[in-house]
Each structure stands twice: as C-alpha cells, then as structure tokens.
Design a binder for this molecule. Structure first.
Ligand code: ATP
Ligand code: MG
Length: 362
C-alpha cells in the first residue's frame, strides 16, 4: 500500500524503514525537503499547504501522522476520501491535555488532580484547590517538557501565568513518583490488541534520555493494570495503530501522565529488542495486516537518546550489542538527533553497556 505520513521527522523515517520490507511505499508532508524522512519516500513539501496535502492524499491509500499536534480539521477532511489512522477521535483527545484528562476521569483511570486555567485569577483558584507543588502546562502543543512551569510557592502565580503567554493552560498537582514508566500498545482495524512490556524512562530537563525495557521489578498485576487502562482507552477512542501511555509509578500504584496517538521515543528499543518493532506494528495496523508479536527478544534492552550533539558515536559502532540510529538532523541544543539501542542478557552486561555510553547521558 501507499502510506501518506503527515509530517517528515524521525518517526516517519523509522516508519518507512520498517515498512519497505512489507512492500509498502511512503509519502511525507513537511516544511522542507531536508527533513529526516525526506529521502525515504515521496516528499510533498508544504509551501502551499492545502495543495500539497491534496497531492499527498492523491498519492496515498491510507494516511497516518507523526504528531498529536496535527490539525484535526485537515484529518477530518482527508478522512472523507481515504482512511486516516489513528482516527479523528484519538487525535482530538490526545492533542489537548484537558480533553485527555477528562477521558481518564470518565474511564476511571487515575491521573493527577487538575484544573483548566484561562487567566491569572483562574490560576489562583486552581492553586487553592489543588495545592502546591503543581505544574502549569499549556493545554496544547507541549513536547519535551516545553510550555511548563513548576510552581512551588504562591508568590509564583503571576510569573507562572505570564510564562504561558495567555494561552489556555492546565494546572496539574505534582505527582510524587518513584519512577516513570510507559506502555506501548497497538490495535488493528480488526480490533486485535497487542501490548509491549512496561518500560522504565529517565528524563532530564523534561527530555527522555534513557529507556530500560522491560522495566525491572514490575509485579505482574502492575503490567495487567496498565494494559487494562490501555485497552479501555484503545476501545473508547476506536484507536487504530500504536498508542502510548506515560505513567508514574507511585507508592499507591499507577497514575497516568499523558498519552500519545503514535509510536513513541520510549518504544525505540523495540527495533532490535522485540520480535516486531513498534514501527512495523503501526504500519501493519494501519494497512490492515495482522499485528506482529511484541515479545522482547533479549532479557534486557535499553535506548539511549543522542541529544543536541552527535557525540562519540564510534563507541556504539564498536560495541557488539549496540545499534546506532541517526536521523539525519543537524546539531542543535536539546534536539533529538538519534538514539543507540543496547541489548543484553544479564543485568551486569546492561549496566556495563550503559556505562560505556555515559558520554551520551547527562
Ligand atoms: N504532574 C506531574 N507530576 C510530576 N512530574 C511531572 C508531572 N507532569 C510532568 N512531569 C514531569 O515532566 C515530564 C514532562 O511532562 P509531560 O510528559 O507532561 O510533557 P511533554 O512536554 O508532553 O513531554 P513529552 O512530549 O516529551 O512526553 C514528565 O515526564 C515528568 O518527568
Ligand atoms: Mg510526556
């Protein structure tokens, strides 16, 4: 099939790399021809927004997107002609933190206490109700921790609200977590579901730096609970494709942070670490192919992000159990340029391998 991707970043690039062996073709929409996906398929550059979406749609049999910040109106219009997966409901819900949390509440999925904020007065009320510390976030468009303000004291109300530049925001109670986890799953057009194991994520300055898969010392009922939340969400949104939920592990169990209607940075380990990668499974799901087995191949996998600078990538090339993935991006502070996947059969091998890559970690 011909798959049209709205976007042309590293996620599109890795979708294409996984989709060609299945005999699919790819087209991308983006702002310029030097984006990470540009050499991996037909590029419909976005100088003249509407026309180029039309050309992409004319090329494609099915459309998917790379980002939850995709315009819902565009997706709605496209779906009058050809299928878009994940569908409009998944996109509409996940691109707005308030709608996302309302759905968690509706489905009895635990999340941080929250309140929508549209003015400094709203923020004052929200702080009174939720208490501090709390995090003020823009309702839409946030990524890698951008558009967030951690509030510790009431004296910060004015400063926090000003940092939102007047856009609709959400105040979330601060969750005292033991660690951060994520769950990636895929749902097919035929309603088949498959789940990857929970993985453990370490962030620095709001950016994911390290994923360990599977997360260590997870009780079977914790995996089950996370899968139950996931299944409820997949079914409620009639989701087709990969869905990711980010979770906090707390003393009182799992608390859901947010979700993404797409392949996720914390699933990159699956390229060499699982029988079927998250990318291949997303491609299979949206093209109506049977979903692939999600079982990990190795006792341990890890993913180390390459952020800002390419760094000493030859270290990874000289390790028998490491795989380098670069996205063809130029260096810039805080930019995701690539990642290194590690596989290991013992805890000691895992620890030693991560240690060898310490130049890439903060
Ligand atoms: N309510 C909260 N309590 C405690 N920590 C939080 C809370 N919300 C966010 N964080 C911390 O900030 C990080 C980024 O927050 P969040 O996932 O909401 O933002 P984001 O910009 O959408 O990030 P990304 O798109 O990279 O996942 C979280 O991974 C977590 O470390
Ligand atoms: Mg997040």
């Amino acid at each position: 099939m011909k798959i049209g991707v709205l976007g042309a970043g590293q996620l599109g690039r890795m979708l294409a790399i996984s989709g060609y062996p299945l005999n699919h073709q790819f087209g991308f929409s983006g702002n310029s021809t030097d984006e990470p996906s540009a050499l991996l398929g037909h590029m419909f550059a976005l100088e003249d927004n509407k026309d180029n979406i039309e050309s992409l749609v004319a090329f494609a049999d099915v459309i998917t997107y790379e980002s939850e910040n995709t315009d819902v109106a565009i997706v709605k219009e496209i779906s009058n002609n050809i299928p878009v997966y994940p569908g409009e409901k998944s996109l509409f819900t996940t691109q707005h933190r308030g709608r996302e949390k309302a759905l968690f509440d509706q489905l009895n999925i635990p999340c941080a206490p929250y309140q929508m904020v549209d003015s400094e007065a709203d923020l004052k009320t929200a702080v009174e109700q939720i208490g501090l510390p709390a995090i003020l976030k823009t309702a839409t468009e946030g990524y890698d921790g951008k558009g967030q303000f951690l509030m510790r004291d009431e004296s910060q109300i004015t400063e926090a609200w000003q940092s939102m530049n007047g856009v609709e925001s959400i105040l979330e109670g601060f969750v005292n977590f033991k660690r951060e986890l994520s769950l990636i799953a895929v749902r097919g057009i035929d309603n088949d579901h498959k789940y990857y194991p929970l993985v453990e994520n370490t962030h620095h300055d709001g950016i994911l730096r390290l994923t360990i898969a599977p997360a260590q010392a997870i009780e079977p009922d914790v995996q089950k609970t996370a899968e139950h939340y996931m299944q409820t969400l997949l079914d409620e949104m009639d989701h087709v494709g990969v869905l990711t939920i980010e979770l906090f592990e707390t003393e009182d169990g799992l608390v859901v942070n947010e979700m993404a209607p797409r392949v996720h940075n914390s699933g990159h380990w699956s390229i060499e670490g699982a029988n079927t990668s998250q990318f291949e499974n997303h491609v299979r799901a949206i093209t109506g192919m049977p979903l692939g087995d999600t079982t990990p191949i190795h006792t341990f996998s890890a993913m180390v992000n390459i952020i800002g600078k390419n760094g000493p990538t030859e270290i990874a090339l000289n390790m028998p159990n490491a795989h380098l993935h670069l996205y063809d991006k130029t260096e810039r502070a805080d930019r995701k340029l690539g990642h290194i996947n590690i596989t290991a059969s013992t805890q000691a091998e895992l620890t030693n391998s991560i240690e060898k890559l310490k130049d890439f970690l903060p």
